[in-house]
Design a protein around this ligand. Structure first.
Ligand SMILES: Cc1cc2nc3c(=O)[nH]c(=O)nc-3n(C[C@H](O)[C@H](O)[C@H](O)COP(=O)(O)O)c2cc1C
Length: 387
């Protein structure tokens, strides 16, 4: 229900629906606009989406929602170099990604937007990106297409800085055949995006009580998107991993980057299971997915003939995971849960501190493998160990 207060000396639009009630009071006429049935459905839906997004953040912060299996990075060890012959203070962690230069091969993954707290989370992440010259993603912007109230929580990243690298975000189901290009352009413009991340989240949608289970036409839609928009299209998973078969098809569709976002970190099956009263099916899929290290190795093997960029995410928890990812072929790493937790625990300072620790650990690996820069780290000796 919406209350409109129209001063008596101004013309009121009385052509609105018959569900408009007029109440006369001294000096003003109150119009009580009752939403139409269609509006009611949208409003109820929006409320529910905002609640869902908020509960996702709460569950990540307060519950055990990690995979119970690992990323697989523990299967790899760098070969220690007792004679690194480099000065720690001269180690350069900077990388080029598309047309940008970041201070380190680390970005903050697509996470949130669309409810009150989300604006604060996104602005704090944007501030980290300014301070440390890295990039970030915003969470799915679908909701903001339907209701302007949610636009600000995404747009805020550009209020913080016009310069930082920002990835817009939309779900696979929304770009399936027949998507509206106008809407995709709207979400890109909303954050003046440098790239568009399309997330593949079939596992989450399957377990989510209100999930969208129609993934037909997604690949075709991604192909159309690639030819229709000017900025790079990054396709990412949300923790269940992109393996060789799917990656091959995405490369053929012309995507600019793949973020494998594999298993071993945040489990979206876990999060959605905890939102259900009936948890049996969800529990069975808690650990579903391709571990991040395996996904990375598989997709990297396809790259010799292709120029796509490769991002490692899903369970990246420190600078050692970052270093191993780079040595296994990644151009960049992304983290979601650890940055959200650091921000929640110790505010903006905690967020910057977490990032700085990752960089310190990354530099440690570079020092001990004699890698002066990220190109050298890509060729550092790493071995698969038997556990
Ligand atoms: C609170 C939260 C919300 C997320 N929302 C989105 C989203 O809207 N779009 C998306 O592409 N990924 C989303 N993700 C998934 C992350 O980008 C990432 O792929 C996944 O969490 C695995 O990384 P992690 O183990 O570092 O958390 C979200 C993650 C978290 C923690």
């Amino acid at each position: 229900m919406r209350w409109l207060c129209v001063p008596e000396n101004q013309p009121a639009d009385l052509t609105c629906s018959i569900k408009t009630l007029l109440i006369f009071a001294p000096g003003a006429i109150f119009l009580i606009q009752m939403p139409s049935r269609k509006q009611e459905t949208v409003l109820a839906g929006m409320d529910q989406t905002a609640k869902r997004k908020s509960s996702h953040v709460d569950l990540v912060l307060n519950e055990k929602i990690d995979y119970l299996k690992s990323t697989g990075f523990e299967k790899y060890e760098f070969v220690h170099n007792a004679l690194p012959e480099i000065d720690f203070s001269e180690i350069d962690t900077s990388v080029r990604f598309f047309s940008r230069k970041f201070s380190a091969p680390i970005i903050v993954s697509s996470m949130t937007g669309g409810f009150d707290r989300a604006a604060r989370i996104n602005s704090s992440i944007a501030e980290l990106c300014v301070e440390r010259n890295i990039g970030m993603g915003v969470g799915s912007q679908r909701q903001a297409l339907q209701n302007d109230d949610y636009v600000e929580s995404f747009k805020i990243v550009r209020k913080v800085s016009k310069e930082i690298f920002v990835m817009a975000n939309i779900g696979a189901a929304q770009v399936a055949d027949g998507f509206a290009l106008r809407e995709v352009r709207k979400i890109i413009d909303m954050v003046d995006a440098d790239s568009l991340a399309v997330h593949l989240n079939a596992l989450q949608e399957f377990i989510q009580p209100e999930g969208d289970r129609n993934f037909r036409g997604v690949l075709n839609g991604i192909g159309k998107l690639v030819s229709a928009i000017k900025i790079p299209v990054i396709v990412k998973e949300t923790g269940a991993g992109i393996g060789a078969e799917a990656a091959k098809r995405l490369i053929e569709a012309g995507v600019s980057a793949i973020d494998v976002s594999g298993a071993g970190g945040t489990s979206w099956a876990a999060i959605e299971t905890l939102r259900r009263s009936d948890r049996r099916v969800g529990r069975k899929f808690w650990n579903w997915g391709i571990p991040t290290a395996d996904a990375l190795v598989q997709v990297n093997a396809l790259r010799s003939r292709n120029k796509i960029k490769l991002i490692s995410s899903g369970g990246i928890r420190d600078g050692l995971d970052v270093a191993k990812s780079i040595a296994l072929g990644a151009d960049l790493c992304a983290g979601a849960q650890p940055f959200l937790k650091a921000l929640d625990k110790d505010g903006s300072r905690g967020l910057v501190k977490e990032f700085d620790l990752w960089v310190e650990e990354l530099k440690g690996v570079m020092f001990l493998t004699g890698s002066k820069n990220i190109s050298q780290l890509k060729n550092a000796k790493i071995e698969k160990v038997s556990l």
